[in-house]
Design a protein around this ligand. Sequence first.
Ligand code: UDP
Length: 459
Amino acid sequence: MEEKAVRRRVVLVPLPAQGHISPMMQLAKALHLKGFSITVAQIESNPLTVSDADDFPHFRFVTIPTSLPEPELKIVGLVEFLTKLNEICAVSFKECLSKLLQQQQGDDDGIPSCVIYDEYMYFSGAVSKELKIPSIVFSTTNATAFICRSAQGRNNTNEFLAPLREPGGQDKLVPGFHPLRYKDLPTSAFAPLESLMKLYANAAQKRTASAVIINTASCLESSSLSRLEQDLQAPVYPVGPLHMAASASCSLLEEDRSCIEWLNKQKPSSVIYISLGSLALMEHKDMMEMAWGLANSNQPFLWVIRPGSISGSEWAESLPEEFSRIVSERGHIVKWAPQKEVLSHSAVGCFWSHCGWNSTLESIGEGIPLICRPFSGDQKVNARYLDRIWRVGIQLEGELERGGVEKALRRLMVNEEGAAMKERALCLKEKLKASVKPGGTSHNALDELVSFIKTLQYK
Ligand code: UDP
């Protein structure tokens, strides 16, 4: 008699932020297509959850009860929030996972054979170990930033913090991390250095996982990937860019589609698209310099101004009337855009980005060169790589000033230098497309990951 095939179930634990949930849901989709059953465990009392489970009808969603009040994130800042979250979630996740194990004993859909958790949700690793379920870390940033964070977490105050405090130390190259300077290392605008180092150290020391999945591709950072594998002494699966391998839409904010109609009326490769992601906050004076730089560049632009992202303003109301009058014909401002669709639109010529890793992948995945203005964390690593290694971006450094903004935009949109960057970006796009196709490195890494998960067992 033929044996009934039992699907294996994986439990995914995303970090509740847009830039982390999207790639986790893309990974979920990719694994589901490979025959796994999916459970997504999300924390309670947080507005940043995938609320529309209708978009993922084949997945189960469970809640990890927490006692964190909703505004906690705003009050304590992201880093403290994550540290606190890890302290309080272990007990409730243990209950939640134990329940899943009991409920699904004998279930055709399989009991959880493995937990895949966001690098910063490290309580999940500890709990999985306790319950004897294998776990795998998922990193939503790139391999280079991962290595930096692990090294920073290990060395804590000495090697990486001291140069940051010396005069001129910030501009020095970090030995062994070319072309990164001390100021490019992942530090946070949201927290004191010490708190961040504590978070990195916790994430590194409490890592009990048997492998690491990472949303990057070998063609982008093969030497960092080899180094990471050596550092961790565990398999590393570079399966990215996941949005190209398995699209899964889960925007946590409402997308304003008027910008697509507006883009339809613009000339090919003429528009500057500006977005600073879901978390970055900007000073009002920087917004003004940016606005006048854009106005003086004479290029059409589509600008995402997220409500609450400009200090002292609710939205875009503090932009001067004169600016609005000058750019009325060639500027369009929205609160949130369907970014991937925007970047794939033929009218878009460049992306002014904060260089979050998702935005970076989405941009180079469409062959769009960037103006890089990082704020925090791994964005600085990404910006440096875009500018110096992949050479598809111009990093704007120092004080933001309208003359500098206009000059950078011209370099990218008008000069030959920009045309060469565009060519390199298109070349990267082809390499990334090839990597997620059958026979490509990321495609193979996903197959290897699938085989690896199938060897894992709940004991
Ligand atoms: N995004 C979007 N619409 C916008 C701005 C951003 O859909 O108007 C999406 C973008 O496509 C990306 C994510 O938000 O997938 C931002 O992630 P990223 O890692 O770039 O930055 P973060 O928000 O984590 O700083």
